[in-house]
Design a protein around this ligand. Structure first.
Ligand SMILES: O=P(O)(O)OC[C@H]1O[C@H](OP(=O)(O)OP(=O)(O)O)[C@H](O)[C@@H]1O
Length: 286
C-alpha cells in the first residue's frame, strides 16, 4: 500500500491492519475497538495513488459502518489523485477526475475535505467537497509566514493556473506584490516551452515560486532559469503537493535553493536540510 490511511472515531484514533491476499487483492481490518454507537467517523488519507488505495478506503468505510452506527462521516483527502486530468484533453482520453469522483461519491461522506486541488473541477465533481485553500496550507509554515510578511521573500506565480490563487496567498500573508511568469505545456506530450517573466521586478530579490503541485519539476526549473536571468538572488519553491517524481535533488541541483511542501503526498520521513515539510495534521486541525 502506498497511501497513509488513519481512522478516528469521535476524535480517538483506532488501529488498522492491512495487507495483500495471495491473488493480489488488498485487505483491511479495523483492529482497534469500535464502539457500537459513535457520532463521527473521520478518515484521513494521504498519498492515495491507485485503486488499491481506494479499495482500502472503501473497505474501511464498510467495516466501520458494519460495526457501528455512525451519524456523521468525514473524509480528509490530503492529495486528490487524478486531479490534473480535469477535462478531456486530447481525442481518446478520459476525464479521469470525474471517473474517480464518481467512485468516491459512492462512499457517501458527509464532507470531503481536499487540500488545494489542482482546479475548480474537483469541487464540482466531488459531492460535499470542502476545499482547504492554498493560502491556508502555506500559512501553516511559520518560516514562510514570517519571511513573506517581513517582505524577505517575494511571491512568484509560475503560470496561469497558479496566478488564479496567488492573489489570495499574497492577501493572507501580507505580501504587497508578486511576479508573474508564463509557460506553455503541450498536453499531448507534456513538453514545456515559452517560459517568460511577464510582470514583476525580481532583480536582487529572494523569490518564492508558489504552486499547487510539483511533479517532475520542469515548470520550476524553467521558471528558476528565467528568474535568475532577470537577476534574482535566490529562488525557493512552495508547492502544496510534492510528488517530486524525479526526486527533490533534480530541483535542488537545477536552480531551486529551498523547497517547502506539505506531507499530503511527500513522505514525512523525507529529510533534507533544504526541504521544510508542513504536517497535514496542522492544516486539517486549523
Ligand atoms: O513539476 P511539473 O512536471 O512541471 O508539473 C507541475 C505543474 O503542472 C501543473 O500545471 P499544468 O502544467 O498541468 O498546467 P495547468 O495549470 O494549466 O493545468 C501544476 O499546476 C504545475 O504548474
Amino acid at each position: 500500500m502506498a497511501s497513509r490511511i488513519e481512522l478516528f472515531i469521535d476524535n480517538e484514533q483506532v488501529a488498522l491492519s492491512h495487507g495483500v491476499f495471495p491473488d493480489g487483492a488488498v485487505w483491511l481490518k479495523v483492529t482497534g475497538k469500535l464502539p457500537s454507537f459513535a457520532r463521527q467517523m473521520r478518515v484521513r488519507v494521504a498519498a492515495m495513488r491507485d485503486m488499491n488505495d481506494f479499495m482500502l478506503l472503501a473497505q474501511l468505510v464498510d467495516a466501520v459502518r458494519h460495526a457501528a452506527d455512525i451519524t456523521v462521516s468525514h473524509l480528509e483527502l490530503a492529495w486528490l489523485p487524478w486531479a490534473r486530468q480535469d477535462r478531456h484533453m486530447v481525442p481518446g482520453d478520459s476525464f479521469a477526475l470525474k471517473v474517480f469522483a464518481n467512485l468516491l461519491n459512492t462512499l457517501n461522506f458527509n464532507k470531503v475535505f481536499v487540500l488545494d486541488p489542482h482546479s475548480d473541477a474537483a469541487a464540482a465533481a466531488i459531492n460535499n467537497c470542502v476545499v482547504i485553500a492554498q493560502e491556508s496550507c502555506l500559512m501553516q509554515s511559520e518560516t514562510l509566514r514570517r519571511a513573506i510578511g517581513n517582505r524577505e521573500l517575494m511571491l512568484v506565480a509560475p503560470d496561469a493556473g497558479a496566478l488564479k490563487k496567488i492573489h489570495n496567498v499574497a492577501k493572507a500573508s501580507g505580501a504587497q506584490e508578486y511576479a508573474i511568469l508564463t509557460k506553455e505545456r503541450d498536453v499531448a506530450t507534456g513538453n514545456l516551452t515559452s517560459f517568460a517573466l511577464v510582470a514583476g521586478d525580481v532583480a536582487g530579490k529572494d523569490l518564492l515560486i508558489v504552486d499547487d503541485l510539483c511533479d517532475a519539476g520542469g515548470t520550476f526549473i524553467g521558471s528558476a532559469q528565467v528568474l535568475r536571468d532577470a537577476g534574482a538572488r535566490s529562488v525557493s519553491l512552495y508547492v502544496t503537493h510534492g510528488v517530486f517524481s524525479k526526486g527533490v535533488e533534480n530541483l535542488l541541483n537545477n536552480g531551486i535553493d529551498a523547497i517547502y511542501t506539505t506531507t499530503s503526498f511527500t513522505s514525512p520521513a523525507l529529510t533534507d536540510p533544504r526541504v521544510e515539510l508542513i504536517d497535514i495534521d496542522a492544516i486539517f486541525r486549523a
